[in-house]
Design a protein around this ligand. Sequence first.
Ligand code: PLP
Length: 282
Amino acid sequence: TLVYLNGEFLPYDQASLSIDDRGTLFSDGVYEVLEYFAGRPFAMQQHVDRLKYSLAGICIDPPSVVDELPAISDELIRRNDMPDARVYWQVTRGPAPRNHLPPSDPTPTVLVTTTPTQPLSSNPPARQWKAITHEDLRWKRCCYKTLMLLPNTLAKQQAKRDGCQEAILHQGVAVTEGGSTNVFVVRDGELWTHPANEAILRGITRDLVIDYARAMDLTVHETAVTLDELRQADEVFVTGTTTHVTAITHIDGHPIQLGEVGPVTASLHDAYEQQLMQACCT
Ligand code: PLP
């Protein structure tokens, strides 16, 4: 398998980063994950735009290669013969002798990797996950997709220990988002999700699902719900690039209603899968 690193396509085993890379030393970098199906990317432009937004957010001048990431990714998918894949982009501030203060003219490190995924199938059922609730221990700029994922990975490890697949994070009683997803609550046929402010990552899937919901004449409130409202919801689901629309059937060991996939979750799941199919496989 080939990877792209700083201008070169290299075999996985031959690609290496400096031990002084600020991505490793300080989590000083940002990333994106996007999906390819049948050799075609989904929501490519949104991922490029968000990568630039994240870079600006942590004061890294976007290297010009950022605009070539779509072409580089297409090439990697083709050369790796991996039509159905997750593509990972990582841009760090680059290598520099260890010092909190970066040099004034760093050279960013740009990495692209691919991992195979399942091809799309027609009419797949919505996945069902169980979740825990977990305090949101992150910093105050979660709107940038930075490499600083320790609070997320710790929360997801706790979820796994409790037999669950996701941790729903909360600040005080306000639900923010999942460890690697955005959270939606359905109540009386209306949707609730956290506003796209500094407290959450503005998910590309989140925004698409909001569009599909509004196109179905569902009311969407971009307002945070409380933990009590979460637990008493009619339906809860999470969204993400690799998660798609996944039902949350249990929270902290208690079922949401009957502990099944609800009708609103099922329709939005179907809308998202149809969109993927249409964008990549027609
Ligand atoms: N929130 C967090 C913290 C994430 O890490 C992710 C994706 O990895 C998301 C939300 C979902 O974002 P997207 O739909 O753009 O994949």
